[in-house]
Design a protein around this ligand. Structure first.
Ligand code: HAM
Length: 423
């Protein structure tokens, strides 16, 4: 192989399609929002878990079938094992549950914040690497567990000041309507409903000789209340959905009943829900979840669970929250580099809530002051000041200058730094 000529200017290397770089300002906002999500989840008793970035491919094909391979990043490692980058975290968390936690007292309340990978056609709000904030409540089959999970999702979004619509349904209703339809056709039907392709749905059902069922399917998708549902929806499913709605009212969560929500993933068995936000175009779903059973497929017992995942990147597009800015202090010097470093270190210990920066460019005092002109304060270290044990602190916004000893300096900066720390 020919070596690249190291002296020749190379073309810029770009990042892979569907991935993004995040600059400090982006990351500060993202971390701020992430902290709020964690805080709310933790206040409901959820504790963080972390699973591997890659898993055995089988973990994702076992329920969804081989066709899912088209949609995920899968590869063989050097030992010939079939692996995949996680496209989501529900299956990994349930695998972890079966491996590590099956004897722990239930329910288990877990949350995660992690990157996921899907081989999708990138567009606004749809990436090949994206982040999910999600929870799984493992071990309960009661409606109160479903209501709690839905309420938590809505509380997180409320806390972020997002305008959204929450739609709650029950996947068992359509399953019941379609119970006598061949698996292959019914999964096509589900996929079309999930994508909102209702003309194609009608065509498929009519051409498959399912015209009588089509009326019921249409009634389920369009039902505005539980009273509008056909009998084939199943009494148990309807009363379950009703009970979850009653509990959501207790939580004072705003939602609408939408029995047309069926979710794209195959593992849901009961209550399902989706959240949509305005202003995102086609990729407006910012959260999805529901009840499912997966543990038995991974070698565990059949454990009922409920969870959701929030599409963190989509939330970031609509969330206007920003972290409070930290006070920024420049320690500048006139030929007193060592003294300025020492002072900066002492200040960092005393004022952890402030940003303290020194010059690393060998600039003279004038150039340092000009470089740091958008900071809040400059502390000037000069030979005379070092000898006297005094420091000149300049408020760079007002131009006011004072000469203070170390203790006074710390108190002066402390009083202005208070209240600027974000949660
Ligand atoms: P999901 O609906 O596939 O569900 O994904 C959850 C959320 O992740 C979506 O609502 C969307 O906001 C976001 N999302 C999905 N794909 C992309 C993408 N390519 N780019 C940006 N954001 C995306 C699940 O993953 C389930 N595991 C949720 C769950 C947890 N169900 C039960 N527990």
């Amino acid at each position: 192989m020919r070596q690249r000529d190291s002296h020749k200017k190379q073309e810029k290397l770009e990042r892979p399609r569907g991935t993004r770089d995040f600059l400090p300002e982006d990351m500060e906002k993202r971390r701020h929002v992430e902290r709020i999500m964690r805080k709310v989840a933790e206040s409901y008793g959820y504790r963080e878990v972390c699973t591997p970035t890659f898993e055995h491919l089988e973990l994702f094909t076992i329920k969804s079938g081989e066709q899912i391979v088209e949609e995920i990043y899968s590869f063989k490692d050097k030992g010939g094992r079939d692996l995949a980058l996680r496209p989501e975290l529900t299956a990994p968390v349930m695998r972890m549950f079966v491996n590590e936690c099956s004897v722990m007292p239930r329910p288990l309340r877990f949350y995660y914040f992690a990157n996921c990978f899907r081989y999708e056609r990138p567009q606004r709000g749809r990436y090949r690497e994206f982040w999910q904030f999600g929870v799984e409540l493992i071990g309960s089959d009661e409606p109160e567990s479903e209501a709690e999970v839905i309420a938590l999702a809505s509380r997180i979004l409320d806390e972020l000041g997002i305008d959204y619509e929450l739609h709650v349904g029950h996947v068992g209703i359509l399953r019941n309507v379609l119970r006598d339809v061949e698996d292959e056709i019914s999964s096509k039907i589900f996929r079309l409903i999930d994508k909102g392709q209702l003309d194609e749905l009608r065509e498929l059902m009519l051409s498959s000789g399912l015209e009588s069922l089509y009326n019921d399917v249409e009634a389920v998708i369009q039902a505005e209340s539980l009273e509008d549902l056909p009998e084939s929806a199943g009494k148990e499913n309807i009363s379950r959905l009703k009970r979850v709605c009653e509990l959501l009212d207790v939580y004072e969560v705003k939602y609408s009943v939408d029995t047309g929500v069926v979710r794209g993933l195959d593992y849901y068995t009961g209550i399902v829900f989706e959240v949509y936000a305005e202003g995102l175009g086609a990729q407006k779903q910012i959260c999805g979840g529901g009840s499912y059973r997966l543990a038995h497929l991974f070698g565990g017992e059949d454990v009922p669970s409920t969870g959701f995942a929030i599409g963190f990147d989509r939330v970031m597009e609509v969330c206007r929250l920003k972290p409070a800015e930290k006070r920024r202090v420049a320690v500048v010097h006139a030929n007193q580099l060592e003294e300025s470093i020492k002072l900066a270190e002492r200040l960092r210990r005393e004022l952890p809530e402030c940003v303290i920066v020194t010059d690393v460019m060998g600039r003279n005092l004038r150039k340092q002051l000009s470089h740091f002109s958008d900071f809040d304060f400059a502390v000037i270290v000069g030979k005379k000041e070092v000898e006297k044990g005094l420091y000149t602190v300049k408020d760079l916004k007002s131009g006011k200058q004072e000469e203070l000893d170390f203790e006074e300096l710390v108190n002066r900066l402390k009083s202005t730094c208070q209240g600027t720390q974000s949660i």
